[in-house]
Each structure stands twice: as structure tokens, then as C-alpha cells.
Design a protein. Structure first.
Length: 737
């Protein structure tokens, strides 16, 4: 977790925030001015924003006293796992902290949780942004504690997926507005990030962190020669431009050269050090000679492409693997000597060859992650010192060995990592596979088993580069090992979702979930299990269709199209898995309209009732408030009056869960075909009664207006009909006369 990596400053660092007028006004819940609900902390990259926010919340731990403001935190991290840089991870983390602190929980939330568990829909629920947002909002707005106040701290908004930032801000602004001051938000972001216009306070790091930088430099140089401290320290502080990252890099240079350089030489070096971070990084890496450059490129490739940071032992093993898949075991290790270095010497080697841009970071041991999953310990991990370094390296391809101008530096890094994974598994050559037996040897092998498919999907590698048939056959017989190592190296939720339908340990299902279309094609084409695509596995489900369903579930449209062309799979496109539903149901649950269109083109029954928790595809889209999906389904002929096992129509579900825009769409569709809006479910509830019970006044107004308009239109049509009949009768009389 990003939170555990942020170091607390020595002494009284970062204490200035608490005395600024902006922060005090934000913390004062009695101040009801609109701008007091929001505090934005801006700063340059590396200016200490994350440290500031962590320090500000150190003494805000919840002690059970609900009369005190409750503090919730989330730290975005671009190079962390998926939950650390997307909106769903943030919603889940905030909800977990809220549920853990607020007792008793609102009855509507508890009822929803019980329903979810009873329907076996928990795994979907915890990955649904809509469900998580609804739960968070419900607990705050319907809390049994009228004095409940919540402060939310969000760090590094600029490291959240760009496509999710609007959703995060929109949701929080909505909750802030509805709770009328119960919720307040403090966010940190870079200076260059544009935010929508709304009332808020803003603080600029560079206006306040000068004292913190002085304290940091003094602490880091405390063991140096007093003369060095007296002459070099003021110079570093003067040139720092209020950026801690610049100070950190320069202090490393000073420390490295302290023993063999004079004071004047060090002062000259500090003066010549560029103040712009991008220029500084470039100067450092350009100082490497050709031999050192080759080694540094390999280091950066491993760090930048790793889906999760590699431990020191994994990094050592990965580096020493030869990239040539035709190499014999005897020549597997390079001559770099990394395998012979102890941990301390390896750390120093990584630092020297990366010019201080990589570090071995020891994370704080923590007991639980954001969803309560136990974490026993954290090994030291090799990472970039700051995400600014990652951005720099990926925008300067020469430093990561990306010489192919047709491929991005990130793709090239994934290609090299895929080669390393294949070599680690010893499956690049069939002869080696037969000779070596088990491939679970070496600390990096676990990572390789868990992530080679993701690297293949991310690198778009030419399949001719590898002996894929041999590789796939080898993994086909070792999928149980892949499952075991997924469990060890990934979070519980990640592997559980990936393997839900893979109880037979079949490789095709895993590859389909990973999204590598080329590997799926090769697997179907070459592997001896081709006939399994059409047959049933030990679990009783066809292997090919389970792979097809996983591709649908994880949004892999290209794989859905490819597997859907196989006749045996296409014939069962409407197959309904227990508690999972049909493929179309799953696509509507996630709202992936590209896949919905593909499934409809493959012959998916749009009105098929699934045994999932809602009913048909239109039911689930309506319950989750997916406006565009509902319109797409209606446009393709979905019946708006269709009922599920509890006799509920999609309009019932839209009204029950407060989906105003969906209710409006469905009401209009029903009225257009002359269908009434007051259908009752098996509990004798109408859509209107659900909306009234939930307090959704907008939906109540929409339904009442629709009913009134329908009655008016029916009356008008009757009047017009009577007038028409009278007119015809009058004309007939005149004609007869």
C-alpha cells in the first residue's frame, strides 16, 4: 500500500498546514460556506504533498467517539496495483474504513449486504463502482448518528486513471452537496492538473514548505564534516526550488562524492546541477559509459514493466536470467555477478547503476489491506524513487532500450519482461522442458507464473519470437501451479475473480481473462486440448465456453469475437451459469456496450432470464443505473415490461435503487407501447411505492407525471375519437339528405 511507503519527517516537519487559515476553515464543520467543504493542496512533483497529508492525519485515528470527525484516507499510486490507481479501489477503501468505524450501520445498507450474500453476488458487488458508491452515500446520508462528520483525504489525484478522475470528483461533490456539510474533502495534486470550477480553498506547497526542506537537509547532512554542512547546506537549500525530490537526488550525489572531493568541488557540482528535474535526470543518465548504460537499461526495464514491485530476491533472479530462449542452462546466468551479491551490495549496485533513480524500499509491515485481507510482512522492493522518474524514463526511450520507433517504450519493456518470464519458467525450448521437469525453481518463477500472460497481453509480441506451442503445452500441464502462485502473489480478490470459473485448472480460461488474443489463437490452434473447447471439463462446463464467459466478464472484446466464431461456443451463447447468469447478463452488469453489441450479433437472447440476482439483461442494467446500456437494449428490442422471478419489472428495480434517469427512460418506453406503470411484484409493490419508500422524490415525480400525462393523453384520444365519430355521423346525415 502506498500509505505504508510514505516516510514521516523527522522532528516537527509538515506542521505548518495546521496553522494555515485555509486548513482551519476546512476543519471547522461549523463553517457552512461552500468553499469550506473542499481543500486542494497543489505542488510540484516531489514537493512533499503525500508526506504532508500523511502527517496531517497521524493523530486522527478513530477512537470510537462518533462526536469527533471521522478521518478516511486513500493514497493513489500510478505504479501500484489496480486498486491503487482506479476509482473502484478508492470507493472500496473509503467504504471499508467507514463501515469499520460507524456503528450501528444503516438498515438499508445491511439489507443490501444480506441480499447480496443470499444471491451469491458478493464478488460482483465489491467490484461494482455503482454499488460501492451507493453504499458509501447511504451510510453517510442515512446514518443513525446525526452528529456524524467525515473528513476524506485523497492523495495524488494526478496518479488516478485519467478516465476515473471525473467520476471521483463528481461522486464526492454529489455526496458533499447532499450531506450539507457532513462530508469534507482534502485532495493533493500537481500544479498542472486542471480541476472543474467549484468553490474551494487551495494551498500551494511552494509557499509553505521552505522550513521543512531546511530541516530535511540539516537532518540528512548531520553526519557530514561540519565544514561541508556550513558551506554546502545553504547552497542546496537555496537551489532546491522547494522540491524535496531534487534535494534527495543532490544529497545522494554529495554523499557519493564526499570522501574524494573537496568542499569547493562539491559546491561547484551543486551549482552546476540543473534545477529542472527532467534535465537533472537526463544529465545523470548521460554520465554513464556504454557498459554501464547496458546494465542500467536492464534495471529500468525490470522495474518499469513489473506489474507489482519485485522483491530484492526476485529482482536478483530476474536480472541474471539470459534473454535468449535458446540458451542452455549452463549459460543461463549473465556475467554481471548479481547472483553472487549479498543484499547490501546489491542495493548499492542498483543505486550506482541507476544514478540514484531506483531504490530498495522497505515497506512498513501492516496487518490488513483495505478490505481486511491479512498481510504478514513486506519484503524490500525495488522501485523508482518517485513517479516523476517513471514518467521521465517512459518519455525518453533511449534510457530503457526502446530502439524500435514503432513500439512504445512501455511495450518494449513488457516484451523484455515476457522474455524473462519465459526463461524463468524454462519453457522456451521443449528440450529444456523435458530435461528440467518442474519449473518452480528460483524466487522470480512465482512472479513469472502469475504474470507472463499479462505481459504477453501488454506487449503485443510477435508470436514467431517464441516456441509458443511448446510453451503453451508446458503451462497447460502446470495450470495448478499457476493457480497456486496466483494465490500467493496476487491479492485474494484478484485471483478469486480470475479463477471463479476455472475449477478445472484450464489454461485457456486464464489466457482469455488476461486479454491476450494472440495467445488464445495459438492455444486453440496448436494445443492438444483443442477438442476440449467443445467438450465438458470435470466441473461439467465446456472449457471453450468458460473461456468465452471470462473474456466477456473482463471486457476482452477481441477474444469474445474470436471465440464467438467457434460454432460450439456460439451455439451456447445463452448458456446460464449458476449465480453468474448468461454472458449478456455479465456484459450488462459491467456496462461494456462493445461486448453487448458483439453478443447480440452472435445471437444472444436479449430477454433471457438469468439466475443472477436481478433477472434479464435489462433488469441488471436498470438496477445499476446504466442509462446508455438500457437505451441500447431497448433499441435492440428488449421488452420493457419483462418480469423476473419475483415479478419485478426493470422499472421496479430502477425505482427501488433510485435510478432517476433510467426510470424516466423506462417509463417513456412503457407508455409508448401503451403499457401501464403500476404493475405489482410478488410483494404487491409498484414502482411508485418503491420510490416513495426509498425517498426518491425525483422518481416519484417522474412516475406521477408520466401517469398523469398518460391519463391526459388517453382522455384526449377518447375526446378526439368521439369528435371524429360525431363528425362522420354528421357528414353521413348530410349526405343522406
Amino acid at each position: 500500500m502506498r500509505h505504508s511507503e510514505i516516510e514521516i519527517p523527522e522532528g516537527n516537519g509538515c506542521q505548518w498546514l495546521s496553522i494555515t487559515p485555509e486548513f482551519r476553515q476546512w476543519k471547522d464543520f461549523m463553517d457552512i460556506s461552500p468553499e469550506s467543504n473542499w481543500l486542494i493542496v497543489r505542488g510540484k512533483p516531489g514537493s512533499g504533498k503525500s508526506t504532508l497529508l500523511k502527517t496531517s492525519t497521524l493523530h486522527d485515528e478513530f477512537d470510537g467517539d462518533i462526536s469527533k470527525p471521522l478521518t478516511l484516507r486513500h493514497y493513489f499510486a500510478a505504479n501500484g496495483n489496480a486498486d491503487e490507481h482506479n476509482s473502484i479501489g478508492m470507493f472500496r477503501a473509503l467504504l471499508y474504513q467507514l463501515v469499520k468505524a460507524v456503528r450501528p450501520i444503516s438498515s438499508t445498507f445491511l439489507k443490501k449486504i444480506r441480499e447480496t450474500h443470499a444471491l451469491g453476488d458478493w464478488d460482483r458487488w465489491v467490484t461494482s463502482a455503482t454499488a460501492l458508491k451507493d453504499a458509501f452515500q447511504d451510510i453517510i446520508t442515512h446514518s443513525k448518528h446525526p452528529e456524524l462528520r467525515v473528513s476524506v483525504y485523497l492523495d495524488a489525484l494526478d496518479e488516478c486513471n485519467k478516465s476515473d478522475v471525473r467520476e471521483v470528483l463528481g461522486f464526492l461533490r454529489s455526496v458533499v452537496s447532499q450531506t450539507q456539510g457532513k462530508l469534507r474533502v482534502c485532495m493533493s495534486t500537481r500544479n498542472d492538473v486542471a480541476l472543474p470550477r467549484f468553490p474551494r480553498h487551495e494551498i500551494c506547497m511552494e509557499d509553505h514548505n521552505g522550513t521543512d526542506i531546511e530541516r530535511f537537509v540539516s537532518h540528512e547532512m548531520r553526519h557530514m564534516n561540519p565544514q561541508y554542512q556550513a558551506e554546502i547546506q545553504p547552497l542546496i537549500i537555496e537551489r532546491a526550488s522547494n522540491v524535496f525530490l531534487w534535494v534527495k537526488v543532490v544529497l545522494c550525489l554529495v554523499t557519493e562524492n564526499e570522501l574524494h572531493e573537496s568542499v569547493e568541488s562539491l559546491k561547484a557540482m551543486v551549482k552546476e546541477t540543473p534545477q529542472e528535474l527532467q534535465v537533472l535526470f537526463q544529465k545523470l543518465l548521460d554520465s554513464l559509459n556504454e557498459v554501464e548504460r547496458v546494465e542500467s537499461v536492464r534495471l529500468f526495464q525490470l522495474v518499469l514493466s513489473a506489474w507489482i514491485p519485485l522483491s530484492l530476491s526476485q529482482f536478483r533472479h530476474a536480472y541474471t536470467l539470459h534473454l535468449d530462449s535458446d540458451a542452455s542452462p549452463a549459460t543461463e546466468h549473465s556475467s554481471s555477478g548479481y547472483d553472487a551479491l549479498d543484499d547490501e551490495h546489491l542495493k548499492n549496485r542498483i543505486y550506482v547503476m541507476s544514478k540514484g533513480l531506483l531504490e530498495v524500499r522497505c515497506r512498513e509491515p501492516i496487518e490488513q489491506d483495505t478490505m481486511g485481507e491479512p498481510i504478514i510482512s513486506r519484503e524490500p522492493r525495488v522501485e523508482v524513487i518517485h513517479d516523476t522518474v517513471r514518467d521521465f524514463l517512459l518519455s525518453h526511450r533511449q534510457y530503457v532500450g526502446a530502439l524500435d520507433l514503432l513500439a512504445s517504450p512501455e511495450v518494449m519493456c513488457h516484451q523484455q519482461m515476457l522474455s524473462t518470464c519465459i526463461q524463468a519458467l524454462r519453457v522456451g525450448n521443449l528440450e529444456h522442458t523435458q530435461k528440467e521437469g518442474s519449473s518452480l525453481s528460483g524466487p522470480f518463477s512465482g512472479y513469472a507464473y502469475g504474470f507472463w500472460m499479462k505481459h504477453a497481453a501488454a506487449s503485443d509480441t510477435a508470436l514467431s519470437d517464441y516456441n509458443w506451442p511448446s510453451f503453451l503445452r508446458r503451462c497447460e500441464h502446470s495450470t495448478a501451479d499457476i493457480v497456486r502462485l496466483y494465490k500467493r502473489d496476487l491479492s485474494r480478490r484478484d485471483w478469486k475473480q480470475s479463477l471463479q470459473l476455472n475449477r478445472d485448472n484450464d489454461l485457456l480460461v486464464l489466457i482469455s481473462a488476461s486479454g491476450c488474443t494472440s495467445l488464445v489463437r495459438e492455444h486453440v490452434k496448436h494445443c492438444p486440448c483443442l477438442e476440449k473447447v467443445h467438450s465438458l471439463g470435470p466441473s461439467g462446463y465446456a472449457v471453450g465456453h468458460r473461456a468465452f464467459y471470462q473474456a466477456v466478464k473482463f471486457g476482452k472484446a477481441e477474444i469474445v469475437g474470436f471465440l464467438g466464431e467457434i460454432r460450439a461456443i456460439r451455439a451456447k451463447v445463452n448458456f446460464c451459469y449458476p449465480l453468474q447468469g448468461t454472458a449478456l447478463y455479465s456484459a450488462c452488469y459491467s456496462g461494456n456496450e462493445e461486448i453487448i453489441r458483439k453478443l447480440l450479433s452472435l445471437g444472444a437472447d436479449i430477454d433471457r432470464l438469468s439466475n443472477g440476482p436481478y433477472g434479464s439483461a435489462l433488469h441488471v442494467a436498470s438496477a445499476l443505473g446504466r442509462d446508455s446500456t438500457v437505451e441500447l437494449l431497448l433499441h435492440n428490442g428488449a421488452l420493457p415490461w419483462i418480469k423476473n422471478a419475483r415479478l419485478m419489472t426493470p422499472l421496479h428495480l430502477a425505482a427501488k435503487y433510485g435510478r432517476t434517469s433510467v426510470a424516466r427512460i423506462l417509463a417513456r418506453a412503457l407508455l409508448q407501447v401503451g403499457h401501464k406503470l403500476d404493475d405489482e411484484d410478488d410483494d404487491k409493490h409498484t414502482a411508485l411505492s418503491y420510490a416513495e419508500r426509498g425517498g426518491y422524490t425525483n422518481i416519484v415525480s417522474t412516475l406521477e407525471t408520466s401517469v398523469t400525462e398518460r391519463a391526459y393523453e388517453a382522455s384526449r384520444q377518447r375526446t378526439l375519437s368521439i369528435v371524429s365519430i360525431e363528425s362522420d355521423l354528421h357528414r353521413d346525415i348530410q349526405t343522406s339528405n
